[in-house]
Design a protein around this ligand. Structure first.
Ligand SMILES: Nc1ncnc2c1ncn2[C@@H]1O[C@H](COP(=O)(O)OP(=O)(O)OP(=O)(O)O)[C@@H](O)[C@H]1O
Length: 529
């Protein structure tokens, strides 16, 4: 194995120089992180390792510990891995560098005739790995570690190891969207390097998110008079960047969708500006201007090219950059003025998110009423003095929706019976562990599924299976589903001590990752007092 390195123990402890970081050290830290619930202990364990890593090792180590290969998806399935039962190495020798080389080769070797080469790379890698390393690589390659909840812990660890404020690390991450690059900048250049990270037109930032508000009155009481109340449309988040004639569009998970949304690109190009970064929501409307089924909107966002007959309408609610001026740190009031100016033309008025600034309580209630009678989800109440907090779910934006919904991780599905024999039906639902552990099961449901959805589950789930017991499938935690519930109740059956009441499926959320699913605390918040 190129780069494999034995005999490392000879130089450990010299105090002045250290050898390359071994994969075994990363695996050990990963195990320590999984074994403790203490966020501080997790971050401390990772920080220790980062202090030992050199500039080229920091990026892969932080990527892997947050569950990312650092190379995107490598197309290695669990079946491929399960089929390998060769001997394992007794002693750890793989260096981080050697693993990076192998993963890079897997990532860049594709197309006709590549199967044999990929197979050889994988075989050589696994032959040099110990049993623990094999397990870790397996989880990494199949995406099982990809829970993303670990991102926050890794960011804390970077702050500790580089001795810079956590807020500085977080901001650089949110603006660059890149965790490994942020870690490398922090550890090599400290706070000064992180502070040079700015909003760049053409590079998406993590979107600001909303906290759940229990009611309109509660949100208004909490935020005071200096607010805007806007429709909450139930579509997909979009971030649109325009630089001259070049327009690019990203989703809330920062996946680029420019090619698939020509109508949005054309609209952005028609705006009276040279450069802009717009934040908004897009959805498909019917002829009366009411939202079409969410599936119609999402059909434009899937991996298959969607139904071209479904046109998307954008509604912009924020402006982060305009003609060379960054607006991110300006209060929302200023950003909304700039947005109103940009969309002032008659042709563009329809692109503004409906809402009202500084409404009195009656006017605010009227906005909510209009939103609901227009077929929308509710409203978002936003503090006008707040800057754009990229990537944060803060109190400055509060969403008010009459129905309780939760975004949960699908953990498995049971074979149906009766009319549903042969279909994967009753799904197991998990809430996110905020500390980055495995999702915690909080209930099951087979309600609210159309025949189409059942067929889709039955078709898709086997590919995501990590085990297939006789009763159904256990899935890798990758899919997020939105569930409506009446509430929650205490339970001795479920590990989190809480179970959903009357859960029914609203829809799958391909625009969300398990890291963005609702937490166990969100479920507990629904317990009747
Ligand atoms: N006027 C608006 N302002 C901000 N976000 C809006 C607005 N209208 C719709 N949205 C959408 O609502 C989302 C904010 O809610 P949240 O941050 O909880 O994300 P979410 O979990 O996707 O929302 P939910 O699950 O409640 O639909 C935004 O990401 C955006 O996609």
């Amino acid at each position: 194995m190129p780069g494999a390195h034995a005999g490392r123990s000879a130089i450990v402890g010299t105090g002045c120089h250290h050898g390359p970081v071994l994969l075994a050290e990363v695996v050990e830290v990963s195990a320590r992180v999984a074994a403790t619930r203490s966020r501080t202990a997790k971050a401390a364990a990772i920080a220790d390792l980062l202090r030992r890593a050199d500039a080229t090792e920091v990026e892969p180590v932080t990527a892997w510990l947050s569950g990312d290969t650092g190379q995107g998806r490598l197309g290695v399935g669990w079946r491929t891995l399960a089929a390998r039962t060769g001997p394992v190495a007794e002693q750890p020798s793989l260096t981080v560098e050697a693993v990076v080389a192998a993963l890079t080769e897997l990532a860049t070797t594709s197309g006709a005739g590549s199967a044999a080469r990929r197979d050889a790379v994988l075989t050589a890698l696994l032959a040099a790995a110990t049993a623990e390393e094999t397990r870790f690589l397996g989880s990494l390659l199949t995406g099982e570690l990809r829970q993303g909840a670990l991102e926050g812990v890794v960011l804390d660890a970077v702050a500790l190891a580089a001795d810079v404020p956590a807020a500085t690390v977080r901001r650089a991450f949110m603006l660059s969207g890149r965790l490994p690059g942020t870690a490398a900048a922090a550890l090599t250049g400290g706070a000064a390097a992180l502070e040079t990270v700015r909003l760049e037109v053409g590079r998406p930032v993590r979107p600001m998110l909303a906290a759940p508000g229990s009611s309109l009155d509660a949100a208004l009481t909490d935020l005071g008079d200096d607010v805007t109340v806007e429709f909450k449309l139930d579509g997909a988040r979009i971030q649109v960047h325009r630089d001259g004639d070049v327009v690019r569009v990203w989703t809330r998970t920062l996946r680029e969708i420019t090619e698939g949304v020509p109508e949005l690109v054309a609209l952005a190009r028609s705006l009276p500006c040279r450069s802009a970064v717009l934040d908004g929501e897009t959805l498909a409307l019917d002829d009366d201007g009411r939202p079409r089924a969410f599936q119609d909107t999402m059909s434009r966002f899937g991996s298959e090219s969607g139904d071209e007959g479904v046109l998307l309408s954008p509604f912009f609610f924020d402006l982060l950059h305009l003609d060379g001026r960054d607006l991110l740190d300006e209060p929302l009031d200023v950003r909304l003025d700039a947005l109103a100016g940009l969309l002032a033309g008659e042709a563009h008025a329809a692109l503004r998110m409906p809402g009202m600034r500084r409404p009195d309580p009656e006017q605010a209630a009227q906005v909510l009423d209009d939103a609901l009678s227009g077929g929308h989800e509710g409203v978002v109440v936003k503090a006008l003095d707040a800057p754009y907090a990229a990537g944060r779910r803060g109190k400055a934006w509060q969403k008010v929706k009459p129905v309780h919904t939760l975004d949960l991780v699908v953990l498995g599905a049971e074979w149906g019976y009766g009319r549903r024999t042969g279909s994967l039906s009753n799904i197991h639902l998990g809430a996110r562990d905020p500390d980055g552990g495995e999702p915690v099961m909080v209930g099951k449901t087979f309600k609210g599924m159309t025949d189409e959805l059942l067929a889709w589950q039955t078709r898709t789930f086997p590919d995501l299976a990590r085990e297939d017991p006789a009763w159904g499938v256990l899935l890798r935690p990758e899919l997020v589903v939105e569930i409506a519930v009446d509430g929650a109740q205490r339970s001795t059956r479920y590990p989190g001590g809480v179970a959903l009441r009357f859960a029914r499926v609203l829809r799958y959320r391909p625009d969300k990752t398990p890291a963005e699913a609702d937490t166990l605390d969100a479920v507990r918040a629904l317990l009747a007092p």
